[in-house]
Design a protein around this ligand. Sequence first.
Ligand SMILES: Cc1cc2nc3c(=O)[nH]c(=O)nc-3n(C[C@H](O)[C@H](O)[C@H](O)COP(=O)(O)O)c2cc1C
Length: 173
Amino acid sequence: MSEATQVLEDDSAELADRVRAAHRNYPTGVTVITTSVDGQPYGLAVNAFSSVSLEPPTLLFCVNESSKTHEHLIRTTHVGINILGCDQHDVAGVFAKSGGDKFSQIEWEPGIEDVPLITGAAARFQARITETTKMGTHTVFFCTVVEAEAEDQEPLVYIRGAFVDGSKVRDQA
Ligand SMILES: Cc1cc2nc3c(=O)[nH]c(=O)nc-3n(C[C@H](O)[C@H](O)[C@H](O)COP(=O)(O)O)c2cc1C
């Protein structure tokens, strides 16, 4: 490896560290993206989620191709986007682990096209995948919302690698 190439690689590793550190200071909610394929429920924890548009109601989320759920999301038509409630740290933990039978550990019910909807979530969207774009290690899924519901409950918040009870954030507002 030439000296110049080595310097570039060192720079990009350091930039990656700085990018990661910068993202840690951005608070997000925690969603669980769910789907059903051949009668089996699948899902993973995702904080790369955003509203895109209200007309038509459109949202996006990003999933790493290396996750086990990715291959099922690529095959499916509909997803659930479950915004976890402030008392659902344990549910976040279940869906942050790779593989295994996640759905036997939580309460859920089937929605449109059998998408699993997590009981006790602060909010839930049911959506149809309309477009996907590959970007780096991830796939961006654009979806049209077909149903949405919100509970009178604060969300779970994720910041600096930790889960925070959203009702504490509200108390300071
Ligand atoms: C708070 C939090 C946010 C996460 N956000 C994402 C994300 O936006 N996209 C993603 O692909 N993985 C994300 N992950 C990691 C996945 O949930 C994790 O890799 C999971 O084990 C994947 O499960 P699977 O391999 O069974 O699909 C996040 C994890 C946590 C704890």
